[in-house]
Design a protein around this ligand. Sequence first.
Ligand code: NDP
Ligand code: BG6
Length: 514
Amino acid sequence: MSGRQRSMSGTIPSMESSHQQLKDNTIIIVLGASGDLAKKKTYPALFGLYRMGFLPKGVKIVGYARTKMDSAEYHKRITSYIKNVEDEEAKTKLEEFKELSTYISGGYEDDASFDNLNKHLVDIEGGFQGNERNRLFYLALPPSVFIPVARNLKVHCYSKAGINRIIVEKPFGKDLESCRELLSSLKQHWSEDETFRIDHYLGKEMVKNLLVLRFANVAMGAAWDKNSISNVQITFKEPFGTEGRGGYFDEFGIIRDILQNHLLQTLSILTMERPVSFAAEDIRDEKVKVLRAIPPIEREDTLLGQYVAANGKPGYLDDDTVPHNSVCPTYAATTLWIHNPRWEGVPFILKAGKALNEAKVEIRIQFKDVTQGIFKDISRNELVLRIQPAEAMYLKLNTKTPGLYTRAIPTEMDLTYKRRFTDIHIPEAYESLILDALKGDHSNFVRDDELDVAWKIFTPILHWIDGKSGPAPKPVQYPYASRGPKELEAFIAKYGYKRSTEGYAWPLTNMASL
Ligand code: NDP
Ligand code: BG6
């Protein structure tokens, strides 16, 4: 990776140091500004950064999409996208934010639309001091238009007097071949240094914490291998189905939507070796190395499910935008193996599902049994990293029951963020990542070779599910709002996961009170 930009991260940005890395005279262009992502994530994150003073001085924001709307309508939409604007200070900031935001409508394929966008950008830049002109393009668009838009931006809207960067959303291809095609098409116009491929899980606080937790603690480092760890589960649960997104989802399925990117990225940071530094390329080199040690997933290491109507909620096939005979999985559990000296023999179970009983994303590391002898049937230690909601980390330990006799009971050491870090604002993943892109820090973005190796792991199983290598497997059914397929318990047990002894549960009050 020599010759690639080396950037430092790992320090919590103060407003001052952050501003030193930001470029004045910057325009942020959101393409797909009328869409779902722009509404739910991009604009709220841009406003969050603006409100905290983390956008470049004098920044301007330009929305772009085909939808025709005037300035008043655009500003009305921005207002509706942004929540929790209660106090006077926030209201004033929102008015300022709207003032610096403008909108242009145009197509994604034609030259004239992009010439028109460029003219608008040049007009805005006419008001900038000095000669520098920086542009950050954010593609909040469906993948079907990534290539023409990337091309048109380069040909018609590329600044010749400053930095140009392009942020591209997932999904980046549908398998190894399509990913390589997409990579090479984008590379014709944008260099790796200019390209920021977002996986927003890399911006989540607890995922970013993994580097510090693992490498800044001798105790953790010592236990982080096959000698101490029995099995690891990374779990993603959502309490809603594909409502409104059935068309998109049926083309991709849960593995492409969640496992191949969000969960695999989390796994790579959890298992990689210690990087030489916090420089982006050092971190990403280590991630690629560990991913290369994972062979393609086997069919027998896979459990697929699809939700059916229950609890007054519709089933996946009841969605009008889904083909009536679809076998697209809305739930998947897959087990990965890492063939290197640290992890040989440890199963890593990735599980993700829609329409489940709760919203939760967590990493659960289960340690091995203690030597038998003085203890019998004692619970295993578990380290749980709760990514969301309510970030927390707890270590299940056996302790002596307080009192006059000696009996071990499972309990936990609990680091619940909201209790421990009372005055700290935990940024939204998109706030953190847009700030990184503005600073040119690639550490938390996905490099081209990471994608290639990630698709190698998943492509055979995806082709099997797509029916490209024989009849497509039929997912097992699970009721809407359940814990997932009933087969799950046996699936996890197969890889050595043991439930804690009777009576132990992470106290739910911890969650409810946050
Ligand atoms: P949308 O379907 O809302 O599309 C965004 C905008 O693109 C639309 O408002 C529309 O704007 C335009 N558009 C939609 N379909 C087409 C089409 N077939 N051809 C050309 N233009 C079209 O998508 P999202 O905002 O949900 O997603 C955008 C990207 O972000 C995707 O890559 C998605 O995977 C990713 N993503 C989305 C998340 C989410 O929560 N929504 C989360 C994480 C990633 P107009 O018609 O006005 O031009
Ligand atoms: C997106 C998926 O990438 O991540 C969605 O396309 C999913 O299906 C979303 O709902 C989950 O993100 P978060 O941040 O809410 O966990």
